[in-house]
Design a protein around this ligand. Structure first.
Ligand code: URP
Ligand code: ZN
Ligand code: ZN
Length: 463
């Protein structure tokens, strides 16, 4: 019984070494060279392959209502695509509806996921409403393994909360050990600029970007970090997109402040030029924060190299071009915000990061798996290859050529933001808790096998 992966090269966040991995049940039993096969053990030869911990995408929006529609991947199609791309864990976002309890949202999101998730999943809670009872609700969520909350400084009248609410939430996490994730853009300022653009008849997709200046992101990042310092709590900036915003994180970290940040492949690889495509094509790239001028891209890579950015997530939030993005045909503010990417994160980061010489293999593993596991309370169960850890293992072929295209991808969306990108490096086999769930791009697992992850609120112990 069990599994033995032989002759691979194990890559963790800090080491690369030739070894075999034996798996018993759902966890890793042994890692060393020359493990003998035992009777009945299934043996997989991984000669020439890298053995990576399963990817962890801590920022996805599956089956999420937004702008009068719902993101097009549900927990089945989205997690299946994730697995095919080498991601074995996601952390998605439940959304508290205003005037309701976070517990209702948690129940709703558990129902969305339970018979569908193909890989393990945790949930953050988006807080939109925080009365006195809300602070106790946050503690209740922590007991349920919801070790992180997202707050919005943008989207007035929908998701945005004021500074007092942010501060109270931060103070509560200083006590209960959870982590506040911040969507950092100054929503009030952006709204004024947006209304002016609309009044001037500027309705095309590119105006989504032109009405959201990088300084509106930097100001909010600065404020988020300042509030977290006053509250004595760490903060995690989600989907950071610009050099101006990064400068704020760098400055805080240089003072020893526990400020963390993620970026996404789209901000590292695409620029505002995509939004200037003819016709309505630019709508494919409407998400928030928007794509930036290309001068920002190398700065974000520097941020990853220097650990001012700790994580690469996808912010996977797909909407079909033909029948969802079209809602904003005559008004960019009505284009559902979000783009697809859950399947391609490891391929893109390996090719454009490792193969391009921008990050080492170990840093690659760190930003796509180990750091998210540590920051979001899943380590060392997830995010590394170690004895006793879950056997979430990706057999990665560093030489495999792959063409990214909507014609062949597994996400339920009719376009790819990375259409035509030719990458080298892809998942050959993917194991989740010791079970082979992907082989050569084919999903072999089943919907509903994914387990809810009760994450630990560790009060910034990773810092
Ligand atoms: O445009 C985006 N990013 N949509 C998803 C919601 C969010 O703000 O993360
Ligand atoms: Zn956001
Ligand atoms: Zn998001």
């Amino acid at each position: 019984m069990g599994l033995l992966i032989k002759n691979g090269t194990v890559v963790t966040a800090d080491k690369t070494f030739p070894a075999d991995i034996s798996v018993e049940g759902a966890s890793i039993k042994e890692i060393r060279a020359g493990i003998p096969a035992t009777d009945g053990q299934k043996v997989l030869d991984a000669f020439g392959m890298l053995l990576l911990p399963g990817g962890i995408d801590p920022h996805t929006h599956l089956d999420m209502p937004f702008g009068g529609t719902t993101s097009s991947d549900d927990f089945e199609t989205g997690t299946r695509a994730a697995a095919i791309g080498g991601t074995t864990t996601i952390v998605d976002f439940a959304i508290q509806a205003r005037g309701t309890k976070t517990r209702d949202a948690l129940d709703t999101w558990w129902k969305k996921a339970e018979n569908k998730a193909c890989i393990d999943y945790g949930l953050h809670m988006i807080v939109t409403d925080l009365g006195e009872a809300g602070l106790e609700d946050m503690d209740d969520m922590v007991r349920e393994g919801v070790a992180s909350f997202k707050l919005f400084m943008a989207y007035p009248n929908v998701l945005q909360v004021d500074d007092a609410t942010i501060f109270r939430a931060l103070k509560q996490t200083a006590k209960n050990g959870a982590l506040i994730c911040m969507h950092a853009e100054n929503g009030g300022v952006i709204d004024v600029i947006v209304q002016q653009a609309l009044a001037e008849g500027k309705t095309a997709p590119v105006y989504h970007a032109l009405t959201r200046p990088t300084m509106a992101e930097a100001e909010a990042v600065h404020r988020a970090i300042a509030l977290s310092e006053i509250a004595g709590a760490p903060v995690y900036i989600v989907h950071l997109s610009s050099e101006d915003a990064l400068n704020e994180v760098r400055e805080a970290r240089s003072r020893g402040v526990p400020a963390f940040a993620e970026t996404c492949p789209q901000y590292l690889l695409l620029s505002i030029d995509e939004m200037k495509r003819p016709g309505f094509e630019g709508a494919k790239y409407v998400f928030t924060p928007p794509l930036r001028e290309k001068e920002n891209l190398p700065k974000l890579w520097d941020g990853l190299q220097q650990d001012n950015l700790q994580v690469v997530s996808t912010d996977h939030c797909p909407f079909c071009f033909e029948d969802q993005k079209i809602l904003g045909k005559d008004d960019f503010t009505k284009i559902p915000n979000g783009g697809p990417g859950i399947e391609n994160r490891l391929q893109l980061m390996h090719h454009h990061g490792v193969n391009a010489g921008k990050i080492s293999l170990n840093r690659f593993v760190e930003i796509v798996a180990t750091a998210p596991a540590k920051i979001f309370g899943m380590y060392p169960k997830k995010g590394t290859l170690a004895v006793g850890s879950d056997a979430d293992i990706v057999v990665w072929d560093p030489a495999a050529a792959h063409l990214i295209s909507a014609k062949t991808h597994n996400m339920r969306v009719d376009y790819s933001m990375f259409e035509g990108f030719q990458v080298r490096g892809n998942a050959r086999q993917v194991f989740s808790r010791g079970e082979l769930i992907v082989e050569h791009g084919k999903f072999l697992g089943r919907a509903g096998r994914g387990e809810y992850l009760r994450r630990t609120a560790h009060g910034g112990a990773w810092a």
